[in-house]
Design a binder for this molecule. Structure first.
Ligand SMILES: [Zn+2]
Length: 281
């Protein structure tokens, strides 16, 4: 006799219907497949486009503007920001500026779940931005790429030249191959708040990668054993998974931040902060 205290069983799951189903590739991309045949074809197609982390190793030597690739992560709703940023860089002598359109918050599904607001940047970097970086490095075999700069479209640069940026790419120490040049705020690591020794840089507005930095970032991003489909805040993830000696932060931030229209709670597009205003840290 079933008592009121016994746990309620959930109704039986509908049987028989297995497809369409989500399938996860080893690279972390997921696909909604209609059947076994299409799943096999889709995954082998994805595998054919995989690239090795070793291919992301950048050439040694001081970064010049010609040897630096700027890759802006944007999306369709932010084209005006991205164009302004492109113009700012080109006017100051940057020749290799690329735009990558990332996924839009609330639209992209991963393994059947909507990719959340705090996951969308990491997701877009992993599945779109990294590939663009890889092709940019590969295309320029004659003039080796010495630095790759990740930029978010709502960052802006106001200085008269890009010299401070180039200086920031070559500043000591050499152990730091990830140069965080645009940020919003810094949280000192605390035992209670963040259970790791690094300070946490908030806002991944501009990050320069030199030597093994890009590879290091990609490894931290892609090598997530067990939870291969876990996505979180891109900036916090980098600070958590990469040793402090590999990250150096420009003081103050070289880039300003505009309000992002797609961010929840955002009111308009006004400037949140200018480089000169950033004195914290
Ligand atoms: Zn894949």
């Amino acid at each position: 006799m079933a008592s009121k205290l016994s746990p309620r069983l959930s109704p039986a799951a509908p049987m028989g219907k297995v497809w369409p189903a989500w399938r996860l590739c080893s690279c972390g991309r997921s696909f909604l497949c209609g059947g076994l045949g299409s799943a096999k074809a889709t995954l082998s197609k994805c595998r054919a486009n995989h690239f090795e982390l070793a291919d992301l190793e950048l050439a040694a030597g001081d970064a010049t503007l010609a040897a630096t690739v700027f890759i802006i992560l944007s999306h369709a709703g932010q084209k005006h920001h991205e164009r302004a940023l492109q113009q700012q860089l080109r006017e100051r002598g940057a020749s290799r500026v690329i735009t990558v359109y990332g996924h839009v918050c609330g639209e992209k599904k991963h393994m059947g779940r909507i990719v959340k607001h705090n996951q969308i940047t990491m997701f877009s970097v992993r599945h779109r931005w990294l590939r663009a970086a890889w092709s940019a490095i590969r295309e320029n075999v004659r003039s080796p790429t010495r630095a790759v700069v990740y930029l978010e479209c709502n960052a802006f640069f106001e200085g008269p030249t890009l010299k401070p940026l180039l200086d920031a790419l070559v500043a000591p120490p050499t152990s730091a191959d990830i140069r965080w040049m645009g940020w919003r705020r810094v949280h000192r690591a605390s035992r209670w708040k963040f259970k790791h020794p690094n300070e946490v840089i908030e806002g991944s507005k501009a990050i320069g990668f030199v030597r093994g930095g890009l590879r290091r970032m990609a490894a931290a991003l892609c090598n997530t054993p067990k939870n291969a489909h876990a996505y979180s805040d891109f900036d916090a993830m980098l600070c958590r998974r990469i040793a402090a000696k590999h990250i150096i932060r420009s003081k103050p931030s070289l880039f300003g931040v505009r309000r992002h229209k797609s961010a929840p709670g955002s009111r308009g597009e006004r400037i949140i902060s200018r480089p000169a205003e950033r004195r914290r840290g």
